[in-house]
Design a binder for this molecule. Structure first.
Ligand code: C2E
Ligand code: MG
Ligand code: MG
Ligand code: MG
Length: 294
């Protein structure tokens, strides 16, 4: 009986769905291969303290250097990695490589001591009780403090209410690691969620930054996020800042940190190191803007 239903289920699969399943399996296999054969890279995008345009940190963004397809963006493979569970291995690699790089930059005085590394973590990684232990180990290995790491989580993590996740988040906070909600405003979380979870900040999604200066609604949303964050003691980063006027509006609204093409695109680590000395960058961030994006 079950088998018949199973077959029935298959009949519902049209060829595009079938292709999609096969694509997913192909991507999974290729991604495993990529992990084992050193095809993954981290690109780094500056995060600045807008007053004084001081380099505050950097976000690590994964890239897949495919031997024939060229550079593949994370949006093409992170969801597959998340679905298949491969994100656990992939995320571990990101964490270790990012921390290694940060330690190297510290050692070479490329970055200041209070400079932080932001790492994106998927919901599935936060359901893994081993995460904080692995991060703790990597921190020790590289002589780094938990406070030099910021983990970017998704709004959905707060909404799904898993007890395991809550424990993992508490453990991470115990290491001194900061937890920020990425793409804030695009999900379904509310004020209460921010209070109930040990998050230390939010990153305002670029969807709300794009309209600053032209769309009054976006300005109101940013104003509300800043008011709420200040009431809860949360840090605020605006992402996707592309113009000087967006930056001016953000600063007038009290947003402290910014990230976006205005200051720099994601760069390979060598370019980052070359352009980031000294740690203070010009008002427009011209140096960084000229960097080859990756
Ligand atoms: P995200 O964490 O929200 O990262 C910001 C994305 O916006 C990046 O895309 C970045 O290149 C892009 N961006 C930055 N500044 C600007 C700007 O001024 N204008 C515009 N239009 N875009 C800007 P990217 O690198 O393609 O990454 C996409 C997403 O993939 C990330 O969004 C993140 O959710 C995910 N991701 C990237 N690396 C990792 C990773 O190591 N682990 C996990 N779990 N997810 C990752
Ligand atoms: Mg992010
Ligand atoms: Mg983001
Ligand atoms: Mg985003």
């Amino acid at each position: 009986q079950a088998k018949a239903e199973g077959r029935g289920g298959w009949v519902l699969f049209d060829s595009t769905m079938h292709d999609r399943v096969r694509d997913r399996i192909d991507i999974e296999l290729a991604l495993r291969h990529a992990l084992a054969h050193d095809q993954l890279r981290l690109a780094y995008q500056p995060i600045v303290r807008m007053s004084g345009a001081r380099l505050a940190g950097v976000e690590a963004l994964i890239r897949w250097e495919h031997p024939t397809k060229g550079t593949i963006a994370p949006t093409k493979f992170i969801p597959v990695a998340e679905e298949t569970g491969l994100i656990t291995d992939l995320g571990r690699w990101v964490m270790r490589e990012g921390l290694r790089q940060l330690a190297e930059w510290r050692q070479n005085d490329v970055v200041a001591d209070d400079f932080w590394l932001s790492i994106n973590v998927s919901p599935r990684q936060l359901r893994d009780p081993r995460l904080s232990g692995e991060l703790a180990e990597a921190l020790v290995e590289h002589g780094l403090d938990g406070s030099s790491v910021m983990l970017e989580i998704t709004e959905s993590v707060m909404v799904d209410g898993s007890q395991v996740t809550d424990q993992v988040m508490a453990d991470l906070r115990g290491l001194g690691v900061r937890l920020v909600v990425d793409d804030f405003g695009t999900g379904f979380s509310a004020l209460g969620y921010l209070r109930r979870h040990p998050v230390t900040g939010v990153k305002i999604d670029r969807a709300f930054v794009g309209g600053l200066g032209t769309n009054p609604e976006d300005e109101e949303i940013v104003r509300a996020v800043v008011a709420m964050s200040s009431a809860l003691g949360l840090s605020v980063v605006a992402e996707g800042v592309q113009t000087q006027s967006q930056r001016d509006v953000l600063q007038a609204l009290g947003v402290v940190y910014g990230q976006g093409w205005l200051w720099g695109r994601p760069q390979d680590p060598e370019t980052f190191a070359r352009l980031r000395r000294p740690a203070t960058i010009g008002r427009g961030g011209a140096l960084a803007r000229d960097a080859e994006p990756i």
